[in-house]
Structure formats: C-alpha cells, structure tokens
Ligand binder design. Structure first.
Ligand code: NAD
Length: 376
C-alpha cells in the first residue's frame, strides 16, 4: 500500500497534484514547495523577469549540482560567477555563455554592486569563508543564499544576519531538503502526529571521506562531519518533531585514523531532547556510511533511506510505501527564494534558521568535549 500518490506519475498535472496534497498538510515553513510547483507553465511574455544568480565558489557543489539545477529553474537563472581561479572563469564563461562583465574574482567582487543583471549571490565556499562573502554581497546590495552550515560560529551568523538586515536584503540558507517530497511527508507524519507523538527519532548521515581537503581543516570547516553532514540530522530532528531541542549530549568515538582526523572528529554520536519528550539519537561520520531518518510513535513509524541524497530518496511507513516523485531539490530551493524576492515574502529557510542550527552544532561539540548534558 502506498501512503500517497500512486506510482507511474507520468503527467505533469498528476505530478503537481501529488505535491499540492503534501503542501496542504505540512507546516507553514515547508509548504511553499507545493504551491511553487503547482504553478501552471506561463508563456514567457507573462513571466516576471527571471532573477539573476551569481554562484560564488565554483567547486564540486556549484559545478555538479547548482549550475545544472539553474537550467531547470523558472524564476531565476545563472547570470554570473565569482571565482578565485582564472581558468575556471574562462571555462564557465564559455560553457554558460556568460558575458565578461558578469565574471568576478574575489578581489573585484564588490563591483557586483553596479551590475543590475545580478540579483542574488549564492555563497558556496568552505564554511569559514561564508561570513565575509555574505557580508560583502549584502553590502553590494544583493540578496544572498548561503550554503550550510551557515558559518563556523554563532557570532558570525549574527554578523551575517545583521549585514543583510541593514542592507534590506534577504538571506536564505541552502537547506534543499525543505523542498523534497519524502522529507515533507516525514514532516507531515511527525508534526501531525499521524501515528501519535514521536517517541524516538533516529538520524544518521556519514560517508567515507578522502582526506586532504578543507573539510579536514578545522579553521576552514569549523569541525568535521557534524558541520558537513551531521547538520542534516539536526535539521531533520527539528523538522519532523516541529520542536526545538532543550538539551543535547554527545560522545566522540575513538579515532581509527588519528593522523587523518588530527583536527576534526571522525565519528560522533549525539542525542537531542525535545520539550514533548521526543528524543533524537543521531550519528555522523567521515569514516562510516549512514543516510537514514526514522521516526517511531506508539501507533506506527516512518523511515527514509536514503534520506538526504540529491536524488533517489526512498521512504516507507508502518502502513505502506511512500511513493513520491524525485524532484530537483536545488532548482525548487532556488526558485522558492526567487519567488520570495519577487513577492516580498519571507524565506522558509532564513538566516535565523541557519544561526539556530549553528548554535545546536556548537552545543553538541561542547557536550562531546565536556561529557556533560548541555541545555539550550
Ligand atoms: P569544494 O571544495 O568542492 O569547493 C569549494 C570551492 O571554494 C572551490 O571552488 C574552491 O576553489 C573555493 N575556495 C575559495 N577559497 C578557498 C579556500 N581558502 N580554500 C579552499 N577552497 C576555497 O566544496 P563544496 O563541496 O562545493 O562545498 C562548498 C560549500 O557548499 C560548503 O559550505 C558545503 O558545506 C556546501 N555544500 C552543500 C551541499 C548541499 O547539499 N547543500 C552539498 C555540498 C556542499
């Protein structure tokens, strides 16, 4: 039995209807996806101008995910790039037909203020660099999307939020799973207590990472797998419960490769306690594979596995299979932000949410360091 739409959703209309169903049932912070997708195609002449996005930092995520996703967006387009590598500038200019006037480096980036083609700067650099680039983008008068984790300290998040507020620009975090149907269904089941109040949430995200990149450098990454992928578990525990944790405990597992993990944790387990009594048990690792989210209640359970991937997310519940379409999460996420700007509404994944999560990540590190239960 399926918990939602039947398989074989071939027509666009049925595909969209399935998402409208989800949107009607989830909380306000996650419902924007269905209305966005449910729009009927408009003739180009009816379209408001597509907003121009400049990708800043042309590494794996920009190249492999964001630029291709921008081919599928309806409210925004790739309008420019910011890179420290001249060869990349040339390659992107050719590949995406970008005018030289829309290609910047980290030194002349502030001149983007004079470029009306660019409405949004999307910051996709190592974590510790997010702060300065977000602040510079806001000062240049651009709206900003910042990748997760928002920053490597709560103080940095505050400065980023202040800079955007002072410039009257919107700030959003790259939380793509807020736009993914299986995760939205998990939110619906959890927050509407479909099987009763959740008693336990189990979440894990980890992979075998190769060393030698900035992700193993504490100054640039802020920490190890918790900052990088464990943050998805923190997010999921909050969105499926619809609550904010009141306390955390954490234990770092002994390192199997102390040389490679000289600066950051290798594997970390932690718990989050929620006001209603729900408890989340989580794990993250750069040396063990995890990709799951499970919620248990008195009358049933749900499970996503994989839960956090770009594609191929699958889900089931105690009453049947989840059967939702795969979507381009990044395209929907960027379109949702563009719509917020066009319509003058608030992002459902704002800087304040990014700051909240960095606060939880720091509390988890403190709990691991001290061995104490840290209250929030
Ligand atoms: P990456 O290493 O592939 O790319 C990083 C880019 O930043 C490179 O182009 C590099 O040249 C540039 N850079 C600028 N200054 C640098 C410096 N001082 N040191 C190292 N690189 C520097 O990393 P990535 O996987 O693209 O990750 C970038 C950001 O995107 C991170 O914050 C990461 O957490 C986030 N991310 C998010 C998702 C998601 O699903 N939302 C997925 C991957 C990465």
């Amino acid at each position: 039995m399926s918990t939602h739409a039947p398989s074989g959703l071939t027509s666009r209309r049925r595909f969209l209807q399935s998402l409208v169903g989800i949107g009607a049932l989830v909380g306000p912070s996650l419902s924007s996806v269905s209305s966005l997708l449910a729009e009927e195609p408009k003739s180009p002449s009816n379209d408001k101008r597509k907003l121009g996005i400049a990708l800043l930092g042309l590494g794996g995520y920009s190249t492999g995910q964001l630029a291709p996703a921008l081919h599928e967006t309806r409210h925004c387009r790739l309008a420019g790039v910011v890179t420290g590598t001249p060869a990349k500038a040339e390659r992107w200019k050719r590949q995406y037909n970008l005018p030289a006037s829309c290609v910047y480096n980290y030194e002349n980036f502030d001149r983007i203020a004079d470029n009306p083609e660019i409405d949004i700067v999307y910051v996709v650099t190592p974590n510790a660099l997010h702060r300065d680039f977000v602040i510079r983008a806001a000062k240049a008068g651009k709206h900003v999307i910042c990748e997760k984790p928002m920053a490597t300290s709560v103080e940095d998040c505050d400065r980023m939020i202040d800079a955007c507020r002072n410039a009257n620009r919107k700030l959003s975090i790259g939380y793509r799973l807020h736009f993914e149907p299986h995760n939205l269904e998990a939110v619906r089941i959890g927050t509407e207590r479909i099987f009763g109040p959740l008693t336990i949430v189990k979440a894990g995200h980890g992979f075998h990472g190769s060393g030698g990149t900035w992700r193993f450098d504490k100054k640039l990454a802020g920490g190890g797998p918790l900052m990088d992928v464990g943050i998805y578990c923190v997010q999921a525990a909050c969105y499926v419960t619809g609550e904010e944790p009141v306390a955390v405990t954490a234990v770092e597992k002994p390192k199997t490769d102390p040389e490679r993990f000289r600066e950051v944790e290798e594997t970390l387990t932690w718990t989050m306690e929620f006001p209603s009594g729900t408890r989340a048990e989580c794990i993250t690792s750069y040396n063990e594979n995890y990709n799951h989210l499970r919620g248990e209640a008195a009358n049933g359970w749900f499970e996503l596995s994989p839960a956090y991937s770009y594609r191929g997310i699958r889900g089931k519940t105690s009453s049947g299979r989840m059967d939702f379409p795969q979507v381009n999460q990044q395209a929907i996420q960027m379109d949702a932000f563009a719509k917020c700007i066009q319509d003058g509404t608030s992002s459902s994944v704002p800087g304040e949410m990014g700051r909240r999560d960095v606060r939880y990540l720091m509390a988890i590190y403190e709990a691991a360091r001290t061995g104490k239960r840290v209250t929030l």
